[in-house]
Design a protein around this ligand. Structure first.
Ligand SMILES: Cc1ncc(COP(=O)(O)O)c(C=O)c1O
Length: 376
């Protein structure tokens, strides 16, 4: 936790659950990535945290934006982003959303199938398009599954078709999965896009851009490889596969930019043994799976939990949310241990909580209101 966030908690004692984000940390992360990968343009993945103070700071820094919906595009525009700095990066878009984006001046769109390409051609004529290819998400703690992307074979056909439809066949994208711990995943993906580039060049179509997606990890409970490691592997793979004819490079980081900038504070509602002498204690928090901690699905993202009693003797716990829903359990299998003296009414903190929490909050499920957010 940054000293700014610690001071905010000490001075304001906000009600829980709440999220506090240090926007200077967002800036520091943006600069670190820019420094590590100077050859790439940064398109912040708005979905990670679309709060206006985050977007405004990134606009000041000249960032570009990857938006998933017309609503995210309009947030970016309200924050002062220029339409030409926005990519409509979702491969699944409503016609009305494409129309609204086009009217607003957005001219870059993602797709991964003929049907979406035809929609873009009809409602955003002449725009730049890039085709998302499917790549292995092995090594990612939050994989993006098989929901997106197409084969390299079909990407070739689709890029040729894009030109036929009067669109600008700009490039290719991939996403190696979020919280990706293995830099090699980028290397494999780059070799795949390079093969499509070279086969299309043989037919006379020169693509110009590789979008490397997001995926750069943050520290939760364990150290992760640093951004310099990722940048070295990526730069090396780009040179190896493209030689001197390096295409434009884009990255779409979300978690890396905002994750470590935020802390969630929550109250322990109950600590109980529930008559089972042998099982772990159950710790119920006032934030749970439906209060924003959606990425604990499958116990995939494991937040570091801190208490004011850290350093005292600990024992195993299962950790759950406050609702009456049986799925509202964050950790039952993951080995979490919390102080034996922890009691209801105490506050705990989840670190690296700036990404993919605030917008996952349900509205009034079991009557609980979304967590308060503070951007400082
Ligand atoms: C198209 C696209 N780009 C970028 C991102 C951001 O990924 P990350 O937060 O892992 O950097 C996502 C995340 O879902 C995505 O779907």
């Amino acid at each position: 936790m940054t000293s700014k966030i610690a001071r905010f908690f000490a001075e304001n004692k906000p009600a829980t659950p709440c999220l506090v984000v240090d926007v200077d940390q967002v800036e520091a992360r943006y600069q670190a990535l820019r420094h590590a990968l100077p050859q790439a343009r940064i398109y912040y993945a708005v979905k990670a945290n679309p709060a206006m103070p985050v977007l405004s700071r990134l606009v000041e820094l000249d960032s570009c934006f990857d938006a998933a919906s017309w609503e995210e595009i309009s947030f970016c525009l309200s924050a002062g982003a220029k339409p030409e700095s926005i990519s409509f990066g979702n491969t699944v878009k409503k016609v009305q959303a494409i129309q609204a984006a086009y009217v607003a001046g957005v001219r870059m769109y993602a797709f991964d199938c003929l049907e979406e390409l035809e929609k873009i051609a009809a409602h955003a004529p002449g725009s730049r398009v890039y085709c998302r290819i499917m790549v292995d998400n092995e090594g990612a703690e939050w994989p993006l599954s098989r929901k997106f992307g197409t084969s390299t074979e079909s990407a070739k056909e689709l890029m040729l078709k894009a030109a036929d439809l009067g669109l600008d066949p700009y490039g290719l994208s991939f996403h190696v999965g979020s919280q990706q711990l293995s830099a090699e995943a980028y290397e494999v993906a780059i070799s795949r896009v390079a093969s499509v580039f070279s086969e299309l060049a043989d037919t006379g179509l020169d693509l110009r851009m590789v979008n490397l997606g997001g995926g750069f990890p943050v520290r939760y409970r364990h150290d992760v490889p640093g951004i310099d490691h990722f940048s070295q592997v990526i730069s090396h793979a780009m040179t190896e596969h493209f030689g001197n004819a390096l295409p434009e490079m884009l990255v779409e980081p979300g978690r890396y930019i905002v994750g470590e900038a935020g802390v969630v504070r929550s109250e322990v509602v109950l600590v109980s043994q529930r008559g089972r002498e042998t099982g772990p204690r159950w710790v119920y928090l006032d934030i749970g799976r439906f209060g924003g901690l959606a990425e604990t699905e499958g116990e995939a993202i494991r937040y570091a939990i801190h208490t004011s009693r850290d350093g005292s003797p600990v024992g195993p716990v299962a950790i759950a949310g406050p609702t009456c829903d049986g799925a509202d359990i964050m950790y039952e299998k993951a080995p979490y241990e919390l102080p034996l003296s922890l009691e209801s009414g105490e506050q705990i903190e989840l670190h690296s909580a700036g990404a993919y929490i605030s917008t996952y909050c349900s509205q009034s499920f079991n009557g609980f209101q979304p967590l308060e957010e503070y951007y400082i």
